[in-house]
Design a protein around this ligand. Sequence first.
Ligand code: UDP
Length: 354
Amino acid sequence: MKILNLGAGGFIGSHLTTRLLAEGHQVTGVDINGDKLDTLAAHHRFTYLGRDIRDAEGELAELIAASDLVVDLIAHANPSLYVSRPLDVFHLNFSENLKIAETCVRQGKRLIQFSSCEVYGKTVASIVPGLLANPDDPDLALFAEESTPFILGPVNRHRWIYSCAKQLLERVLHAYGLAGELIYTIIRPFNFIGPRIDYLPREGEGVPRVFSHFMGALLHGGPMRLVNGGRQRRCYTYIDDAVDCLLRIVDNPGGVCDRQIFNIGSPANEISIKGLALLMQELYVEQFGGDPFALPPLLEVSGEEFYGDGYDDSDRRIPDISKAEHLLNWRPRFDLRRTVADSMRYYVEQARQR
Ligand code: UDP
């Protein structure tokens, strides 16, 4: 297939491009930054175009016309940006992505649109714990594509602008699908991690995702900061598992993914953020020869201190993956320890090569 991969240079995009090429597809990758695609530059079925999609509307329409499938990964997908640049998050994640979707509508092209598990927001247990017999029941955090309502914070907690932008985009695609004008599949990733997820910050420099902060602290020193005590929970999903599922969606046997939304995640890999910090410390000593007496301290900070005003959080989210299991016969294989250890290995090796 001729696949146009928009956002091919990001963490998910670069892993997906590698595997699409290995499967024999022809891929055109568009991204503002192609550093993560360096190793693919010479591949005979790969073309990289360094473009900002905001400045390339006409060219994008031609690229879409020339492809069999469009994969749209373009997004600002980092919580610190939702807080520091909410308008940019809205414009890119909604307005620009909508233009891509509507070009697919006009040209009758199939679209795989990346959304987010952030659309689900928070759990009922986080807002009315006193009304529930067992607020810690995992079923209250088990999010299903077709039945779970979305619970977001108020407008002045502008973290949720990302969630809302993604939600509205999903609803517009759904409406185009209802009108018979678009064949789409929506993906909701649940905390994918792996090699190349983010840059590692040095102390006080930039705000990538939590895994990279903790990795940076282990390798370069500085505390592991636990926002609001690190009680929030996430299900970490190894990128290879995620890409396995994505390839099945690209193949789309018998059109089984048409007009479907898929959660992709590892429900068994749930851990609190504090638990993740401790697990990474343990693995660093056990598997990578870290000095047990020189581990970074854990430091509790508030959300406002860490991210600024407007921060809010998703307390817990567990993917219900029964749809992907049933329709695609897909199941994640990497358990939590392996997911985290294999992700860490890449950064430890990089640091030792320097
Ligand atoms: N977090 C933290 N310490 C950090 C960075 C993030 O405790 O150094 C928390 C953050 O508040 C959130 C969780 O870790 O509850 C996961 O944040 P991340 O940025 O990885 O993305 P998210 O899963 O929220 O999309």
